[in-house]
Design a protein around this ligand. Structure first.
Ligand SMILES: Nc1ncnc2c1ncn2[C@@H]1O[C@H](COP(=O)(O)OP(=O)(O)OP(=O)(O)O)[C@@H](O)[C@H]1O
Ligand SMILES: [Mg+2]
Length: 501
């Protein structure tokens, strides 16, 4: 018998159908992957099970009995714990307080038992001890943590609830490989203990590694459920985008050719600062230069230094042969540099502002626009968003009403409104679904063909290997290897990344 069953569950937001005919069967002891394009309804389905969104209609059964999950507290009583895609942490509270937030222990039922709380937190941190990184302890305020560390706290918080049904809505999007491995090990333990787990991710390797079954959701409808060992990535992608569309795509498959490399656009010389050691390289027009290695070894620091966020230290930067002083993002933008970050909470968006207000600021800054007609801006913004197939109702709506992946597309669109000369991509596809990722990289290749110089960091090795013409591997802030042509293999990449610095 299924542990949890959803039948024809639906949810609308105004004119938007977030979910209709949502069907799901969860068994004890399985990892059930939920997969679908951005905006297809995965988070909505998750939140319905977790009681934070009330469905408009449908039936939910727990152990064969119909139940009604009216709020998060009720869900917890039914044995459900959830990792929220946009996280649910209190920034001003400590790591320990956040881990224990839903069940703060008390002595005599009233007072907070700090000692017990610290013990519980430490037990949850223990499996991650080697991978939490610097500046992480039970007493650190969550607001001071990096994106990956915050994600780990949300994971620990979810496990701390000792729930029978665990829902993880994109828990690994900011984690590096070692952190993901720790997390997957815990999932395996939970699975062995008979828990039932819903796992949402856009990362192909993890899905096939940990998943038992997969349910694919398209435009708010659950279209099929398969045993993962009996299917493959092509079948999954076809189910995701629909058969008709997949066939059409194959027929029109005119992948942009690798382009001729043009003149040298950017030269970086001898940067040594807090995060980097003697980093030097050059990028030419038409080229996509990849940055590889373990997450956090200086890839992002290189991009942020070029963009004027981090201090240049001893080095020098030349654009089209001339030395430039890029001491702020403003200076970088005015010199034709664009920076797209996957950490949209930190660098990307203003949650309570409209979609339009989130797309246009860079364009306005670059064009020295003080006032421009919303109509003109709106038209350009819509064109950029359309290129990425973003799903939204109106530019005037708040960006917070978009699905996570669609928010990320806004961040990308903002830079496409006016073509830059140099494009810095800092793990840009975080949260973007597989079909759109493919589109996005076709677009990036086209931009290169038009003469843009592009530097790409991706936390997904497959993405890097497929898209970069040349890869610099970083280890401890140093470039340790350059992979060209046929050297660009997963083996070489891992080998260089793990080699002692
Ligand atoms: N609070 C809300 N108000 C209005 N519309 C919403 C709200 N939450 C979700 N939606 C809409 O419902 C649809 C489904 O969103 P959902 O967040 O479930 O997608 P998702 O599959 O999780 O996507 P992603 O992969 O991008 O996270 C989207 O079109 C989204 O814009
Ligand atoms: Mg989502």
């Amino acid at each position: 018998m299924s542990k949890l069953r959803l039948r024809s569950v639906s949810k609308r937001y105004g004119a938007t159908v977030a979910l209709e005919y949502g069907d799901l069967d969860l068994e004890a002891g399985e990892v059930h992957v939920l997969m679908g394009a951005n905006g297809s309804g995965k988070s909505t389905l998750s939140k319905i099970i977790a009681g934070s969104v009330r469905p408009d209609s449908g039936i939910i059964e727990l152990d064969g009995k119909a139940i009604s999950i009216t709020n998060p507290q009720a869900a917890r009583e039914f044995g459900v714990a959830i990792f929220y895609q946009e996280l649910s942490l209190a920034a001003h509270r400590t790591v320990a307080e956040n881990i224990c937030l839903s069940q703060l222990p008390s002595t005599a039922g009233v007072f907070l038992d700090r000692q017990k709380m610290i013990e519980i937190a430490e037990r949850r941190i223990a499996p991650f001890l080697d991978v939490v990184g610097d500046g992480f302890s039970v007493n650190t305020q969550v607001g001071q943590l990096r994106a990956d560390q915050r994600q780990l706290v949300e994971i620990m918080k979810t496990f701390a609830q000792d729930a029978d049904i665990l829902i993880f809505d994109e828990p690994t999007s900011a984690l590096d490989r070692a952190q993901v491995e720790c997390f997957l090990n815990l999932l395996r333990e939970q699975k062995a203990a008979g828990r039932c787990i819903v796992f949402i991710s856009h990362r192909r390797d993890e899905i096939f590694d940990i998943g038992d079954r997969i349910t694919i959701i398209r435009d708010g409808r659950t279209v099929s459920t398969k045993v993962l060992s009996e299917t493959n990535i092509d079948e999954v992608l076809i189910a995701m985008v629909g058969e008709g569309e997949a066939v059409a795509e194959q027929q029109s498959q005119s992948l942009p050719q690798r382009t001729e490399i043009g003149e040298i656009k950017l030269v970086v010389e001898d940067i040594t600062n807090d995060s980097l050691q003697e980093v030097g390289f050059q990028v030419s027009a038409g080229e996509i230069l990849g940055l590889g290695g373990l997450h956090g070894h200086g890839q992002s620091a290189i991009l942020r230094t070029i963009f004027g966020v981090l201090d240049l230290g001893t080095g020098q930067i030349f654009l089209d042969g001339a030395a430039k002083d890029l001491n702020s993002p403003r200076a970088a933008i005015r010199n034709g540099i664009a920076y797209i970050s996957g950490d949209r909470r930190r660098d990307g968006i203003i949650t309570d502002r409209s979609i339009l207000e989130n797309v246009v600021p860079v364009y306005a800054l670059k064009k020295h626009l003080i006032a421009a007609s919303p109509n003109t801006l709106g038209k350009k913004a819509r064109m950029a968003l359309e290129l990425l197939q973003s799903k939204y109702e109106s530019l005037a709506h708040s960006i917070g009403s978009m699905s996570g992946g669609n928010q990320q597309k806004v961040v990308v669109a903002r830079w496409l409104m006016d073509a830059p000369d140099i494009l810095l991509l800092d793990d840009p596809t975080k949260g973007i679904d597989m079909a759109t990722k493919k589109e996005l990289f076709n677009l990036i290749r086209e931009l290169a063909a038009q003469g843009m110089a592009i530097i790409l960091y991706s936390s997904e090795d497959a993405e890097l290997l497929e898209n970069a013409d040349r890869i610099l591997v970083l280890n401890n802030g140093k470039i340790v290897r350059e992979l060209k042509g046929s050297e660009r293999t997963r083996y070489n990449l891992y080998h260089a990344a793990y080699e002692a610095a």
